[in-house]
Ligand binder design. Structure first.
Ligand SMILES: [Cu+2]
Length: 180
């Protein structure tokens, strides 16, 4: 179905090929007839990415070793970043528990290693370790948890990784976090 984009610009005069002058022009594109005012509004919204900074993230986990989000872009315009983790799988936390842990890329391996020793009672994370920037508790089937942190503690020059510290998961269950 052909769709038209109608542009009304009173400050312009459009001249057709046949020499006809008009204050309106219709552009046939895919979509609906969009008034100029709506068109400009969309343009303004798309152009102001900073005003649309995403400060809250919803990430799902299940019975596999994946986060529903593989990459996060964090804006320093946010006063606080909130990550909500939801377990949509069927397995309990002792079998297929997951958490969301943020650290510098270079700290992941050692934190995951020390996490195994810490055990489930400590959410598979070493206590009071300064290398943990933010972390949720371990959750299982049907559970949900969240964590908030101040993005100003992150640097745009650093590489950050979020991972799951459940034993064996961190090798594949991870994503990259960047400051934009
Ligand atoms: Cu996991």
């Amino acid at each position: 179905m052909p769709v038209r984009l109608r542009l009304r610009a009173p400050w312009l005069t459009f001249v057709s090929k046949s020499g006809e002058r008009s204050k309106n022009v219709e552009i046939v594109v895919k979509g609906n007839v969009i008034p100029m005012r709506t068109f400009l509004l969309i343009t303004i919204i798309l152009g102001s990415s900073h005003a649309l900074a995403v400060c809250a993230f919803n990430i799902e986990v299940g019975d596999g070793l994946t986060f529903s989000m593989k990459e996060m872009n964090i804006s320093n315009d946010c006063e606080e970043i909130t990550v909500t983790l939801k377990h949509t799988g069927n397995l309990g936390k002792s079998v297929m528990g997951h958490n969301w842990v943020l650290s510098r890329a270079s700290d992941v391996a050692e934190l995951a290693q020390k996490g195994i020793a810490a055990g489930l009672d400590n959410d598979y994370l070493p206590a009071d370790d300064q290398r943990i920037i933010a972390a949720t508790k371990i959750i299982g089937s049907g559970e949900e948890t969240n964590i908030s942190f101040d993005p100003s503690i992150l640097s745009s020059n650093e590489k950050y990784i979020y991972f799951c510290s459940f034993p064996g998961h961190s090798f594949v269950m991870k994503g990259t976090l960047s400051v934009i």
